[in-house]
Each structure stands twice: as structure tokens, then as C-alpha cells.
Design a protein around this ligand. Sequence first.
Ligand code: ZN
Length: 262
Amino acid sequence: MVLLAVSCVGGQQQNAAYRAANYAKNGPRFKALLFYSDHEESAHVQFAHQGIAFFRKLTVGEGFEVDSTQTLDGYTLEQLQEYNVIVALNAYPSRQARPLFEQYMDNGGGWLGFHAAGYNDPSTGWPWYVKFLGGGVFKCNNWPPQPALLELDVTDHPVTRNLPASYVAPTSEYYQWSPEPRENPDVEVLVSLSSRNYPFGLKDIIYGGDFPVVWTNKNYRMVYINMGHGNEQFTDATEQLLFINAFRWVVSRDPAGDPFDR
Ligand code: ZN
């Protein structure tokens, strides 16, 4: 008992010293902007709030700085470019902010978008955004939200290489697109919904078809992740690792240099 107690105290002291040294070593490497809206479907707002908590938690030790905003209106390009990455949790730019966002992305900006942030349909009226996302327009969804078996399309990519070849992702709503982003040669699909899920859904049922859920448009520093509906998305370690990998990869490709190499 005594030996154990002494050892435990010693370990704590060592940890405290290590942490202090580690904290002092590097200042924040970059800034991230969490972009969300409270005026969306409640399940998308739930996800956004959990996402804010998730990304804020990753700043422990001040590895990076994070701000959050419900609008891009009013930012100048210079102000937006202070951020290495915009994490779009459930929101997309207003009509007013569209040119700003286009300029930001066309000039090397970073974007990690989840679920509703990529939603668009024929009424959206923003061809640039559709092209940016890989060309797909919303076709259909499963309902109700549910877990799904996902499969990696590539296993040697920085976003996927430490993930299992397949895993069951927590409850979410998934969007299927037309045309499928995989048909676009500029798109690299990283993760797809397994065809073993079909028929997928109870009320709204998807019976088949190609179903990418995580991809990058190689013309931009971006990753789109279709998950992001409800309050169960952060309950799975594999999925959390995927989110961190995607965030880290987008950040690392900053044209000004990889912040993690500094
Ligand atoms: Zn949804």
C-alpha cells in the first residue's frame, strides 16, 4: 500500500513537470474558426454544439486557437485568412458571404465540413459551391437516423490509415448525391457507406447505389464528412479519430507551411 502511494505521488509530480515543460515549448500553431448556426434543424444544432465542445477540447495545452461564429458576414478576406481552417459544423455561407468564401478557398483556405454544411439542392443557386463539394446535389436520405457500416476506400491516406478497414459508425442521417462525387475525377473518396447496409432505413429507405460519405476535392484544401446529425456522433472513438485525422490533414496542407512542422 505504502509503495503504491509513493509511486503514485511520484508519477503525478513527474506528469506535472512534463506538462509544464510541454506547455511552454510551443505557442498555438494555427487558428481555427468553428462556423455553425443555431437556426437549423434541432439535430443539426445538437451536433454543432457537441462539435464546438469537441474541437475546443482539442486545444488543451494551447496547441491551436479556436474561435466560433454563426456568420461569415462582415469578415474581410484578410480577417478570414487569419484562420488556417474553417470547420463548418452545420452551416454554409449566406448569399452575402459567398464571394468572400470563394475567395478564401480559391486562395488556399482550409475547410472541414460536416453533414448539413454540404447540403444543397436545385434551389440553392450556388454553382460554385456544388463544384467545390465535388459536383453532387442532394438526392435522398435514410430515415430515421441510425448506425451504419462504413468501409474505407483508401487505407494509406493520412485521414484513414490508422482506422479499421470497416467500422460501425454511430447514429446519423446520411445523404446520397446526384451525380455521385466519385464520378468526378477531382474527387478522392476516402470512406463509403457499405452496400451491406441495403436496404438502408425504415421510413425513408435507400435500396442501393454508390454511397461515398467522406471525400476531398483535390482542387481545394477541404474534406467533407457526411456524418453530423444528432447527439450521438461523438460516442465512438473510431469516428472521433477520423474527425481529428481530417482536421489535422486539412490544417497540415496550409500553403504557408505545415503548422505541425514548426
Ligand atoms: Zn441531418
